[in-house]
Ligand binder design. Structure first.
Ligand code: PHE
Length: 342
């Protein structure tokens, strides 16, 4: 029996491991729940009495030796592992390049428009996207039976109070709020999201962005409106020639559609202007006296003009995008092509 202990002791002494699996084998053999030292302890009863003391001591020594050996083997393997990681980790290697994000084309266009109007004293106003009937329609002189109120154009919202609420169909609603809350002179633009219940196609979306503008003061005339719009066309499109075509909006009288002369130099110009050279950019008009009255502004003292444009359309024209649905898909390959100063 003592020979057996000496044999195991030598085995422990000489044991060497080169990886974690071999270390585990050592642990199972000498320290595991069914290790061979335990077997020797079990054989204790067969040892002659006079040898029992020595056998016991030697077994305890063997047990200690095995544990110490295990600890030292483990330390060696751990070091080996650490040095491998250090070799693989090259701190001097240059990093992977990080792509810089780009602004969304609609945001670029919006910021540019805002900046252009800020330069001539317009402030920015915002309002809720869920609007009541008064701000979106009634105050703006929409008759009860006006087709724009129809279910086909407007997303109405059921609410428990029985109030008639809707997703705003234009940001003219914000202008009503400004006129209700401020006294003239008022010079403001309202950028924001608007919603219309329309079939989604390459040319129309059911959610899009607008910038609308409003100027109310004493003696504001149609000529002032023309000047401001011409200034905008020059700053934004770099074009000086505009024209106005008679149109209709319930909240302006007279009303007009504004076209900018884009030119017919390239094939793209033909496509974009449908062969006419003119590009429609916005609607505008002199604020209807009824609308001023609805907002407690005296139409005998004050007059004003308003205009409104859709940003997706303008961004599509500017960047030559032929399907405005791309603006909503958020495909990074599409979005990262646009660079703007804003
Ligand atoms: N609110 C109109 C629209 O959404 C645009 C507009 C604004 C027209 C102001 C005239 C004056 O189409």
């Amino acid at each position: 029996m003592l020979d057996k202990v000496a044999e195991y002791s030598q085995e422990v002494e000489a044991y060497n491991v080169s990886n974690v699996e071999e270390l585990e084998q050592f642990r199972i053999r000498f320290l595991g729940s069914k290790n061979i030292i335990k077997d020797l302890f079990a054989a204790f009863k067969d040892v002659p009495n006079e040898q029992k003391k020595e056998f016991g001591q030697r077994l305890n020594e063997l047990k200690k030796q095995a544990q110490e050996k295990f600890d030292s083997l483990q330390a060696t393997i751990g070091q080996a592992k650490a040095s491998v990681t250090a070799e693989q980790l090259d701190l001097t290697r240059p990093g992977y390049p990080i792509e810089v994000g780009a602004r969304h084309p609609v945001s670029i266009v919006r910021n540019e428009i805002i900046e252009i109007f800020e330069r001539i004293g317009f402030t920015i106003s915002e309002g809720p996207e869920i609007e009541d009937d008064w701000h979106n329609f009634s105050a703006l002189n929409f008759p009860e039976e006006h087709p724009a109120r129809d279910m086909q154009d407007t997303f109405f919202i059921d609410n428990k109070q029985g109030e008639s609420m809707a997703l705003r169909t234009h940001t003219s609603s914000v202008q009503v709020r400004v006129m209700e809350g401020q006294k003239p002179p008022i010079r403001t633009i309202s950028p924001g999201r608007v919603y219309r219940n329309e079939a989604i196609s390459a040319r129309s979306l059911s959610m899009f962005h607008q910038v609308e503008g409003l100027y109310v003061d004493k003696g504001v005339s149609f000529a002032d409106m023309k000047q401001v719009i011409q200034y905008f066309a020059k700053e934004f499109f770099g074009k000086t020639k505009i024209r106005m075509r008679p149109s209709y909006f319930p909240f302006t009288e007279p009303s007009a559609e504004v076209d900018v002369y884009w030119g017919l130099e390239t094939e793209a110009d033909y496509r974009m202007t449908k062969g006419t050279g003119w590009l429609e950019i916005m609607g505008c008009g002199m604020v209807d006296p009824e609308v001023l009255k609805n907002c407690d502004i005296d139409p005998n003292t004050y007059s004003g003009f308003a205009f409104g444009m859709g940003l997706e359309r303008i961004a599509a024209q500017r960047y030559g995008v032929d399907d405005i649905r791309y603006f909503l898909e958020n495909d990074i390959r599409f979005l990262k092509q646009f660079k703007g100063a804003f």
